[in-house]
Design a protein around this ligand. Structure first.
Ligand SMILES: NC(=O)c1ccc[n+]([C@@H]2O[C@H](COP(=O)([O-])OP(=O)(O)OC[C@H]3O[C@@H](n4cnc5c(N)ncnc54)[C@H](OP(=O)(O)O)[C@@H]3O)[C@@H](O)[C@H]2O)c1
Length: 292
């Protein structure tokens, strides 16, 4: 197994698969990408989606909305897109403005166009192991394990973080009775007591907490596998930014068996999965139901 589990080869294969699918079925997938207000981290992510989608023949209707937009106006926009046959996928860039009811908004995205996998129906189906759109970051972790042939089956896996978009869907995937599931799982969070007791016993640690270099060498078992979902920005004195993960890469490197880098790890796979979901949504809208 490679020691550094880079995301690029994983993302390249997913992009190629998606491009083949689009060409084979002569698809013209279209994504509605809504961003409310300005957020530098979101800008980067949004531009990346637009560029990557266009490269393989997808259209992106980027819709920047003013931060003063009301929740009702947003719901109106979603209802319009839900029934517009020319739009196959809807993505709402987070964070939403303060005061917006995120659960209500997620529920108002047509589940067939929910390429980000956040509608309760898709999340419920995921737990029941039914076919569903899966949140892209959680799926990116599984794609990494698959690519590097790391089978979680029977292993002790610890997820740090229980958010609705990363920790929880990842828990569902790792618990599923599939080739890349069947893990013995612990999910830790900010109320967990003696988290180190969990991580030092884990064969695989997956960190998704949003705390720079939180996981240190003393918190892991020798020869464990470390998957870092975190993307934390630090602004340098000259005004430029640098990014690090939730795992202290340098301190853990010698002790672990393998580790994903930040940047260049899980984050680089997420966009390719979003576009793959978009192509699948478009294909389904054309009446194809399974096995593409
Ligand atoms: N690679 C990608 O494509 C991608 C995509 C999305 C997010 N991310 C990154 O992944 C990280 C997590 O994102 P998120 O959206 O899941 O974050 P989030 O919604 O803020 O959730 C953070 C989770 O971490 C837990 N937590 C916080 N501090 C902790 C601590 N000291 N010990 C144990 N658990 C702690 C929280 O516990 P409570 O539930 O108790 O509050 C919560 O469950 C961030 O760095 C984010 O930038 C990356």
């Amino acid at each position: 197994m490679d020691k550094i589990l880079t995301g690029k080869p994983v993302a390249t294969l997913i992009r190629q698969e998606t491009s083949d699918l689009i060409l084979k079925h002569k698809l013209r997938p279209k994504l509605l990408l809504i961003q409310i207000g300005e957020d530098p981290a979101s800008e980067y992510y949004v531009q990346n989606i637009v560029r990557s989608a266009q490269k393989i023949g997808c259209e992106v209707d980027f819709c920047p909305l003013d931060v003063s937009l009301s929740q009702d106006a947003l719901l109106g926009k979603l209802h319009q897109a839900n029934t517009d046959d020319s739009i196959h996928g809807i993505m709402l860039q987070k964070p939403l403005p303060k005061g917006f009811d995120e659960n209500l908004i997620n529920q108002n995205i047509n589940p067939d166009k929910d390429v980000d996998g956040i509608h309760p129906l898709n999340l419920g189906k995921l737990w029941l192991e039914m076919e569903a759109f899966v949140p892209c970051t959680a799926q990116a972790v599984i794609e990494t394990l698959k690519h590097y042939e790391i089978k979680p089956e029977g292993k002790k896996v610890v997820i740090l973080g229980r958010s609705a978009v990363v920790g929880k869907p990842l828990a569902a995937l790792l618990l599923s009775k599939t080739s890349w599931g069947n893990a013995s799982l612990s999910v830790c969070h900010s109320r967990s007591v003696d988290l180190v007791n969990e991580t030092t016993k884990a064969d695989i640690v997956i960190a998704a907490i949003g705390k720079s270099e939180f996981v240190k060498a003393g918190m892991i078992k020798k020869d464990s596998i470390l998957i870092d979902v975190g993307i934390n920005e630090t602004i340098l004195a000259d005004g430029t930014s640098t990014y690090c993960g939730d795992i202290d890469y340098n301190s853990c490197f010698d002790k672990c068996l393998a580790i994903t880098p930040v940047p260049g790890g899980i984050g680089s796979i997420t966009t390719s999965l979003l576009i793959k979901n978009l192509a699948l949504a478009c294909l389904r809208a054309q009446g194809h139901t399974k096995n593409y």
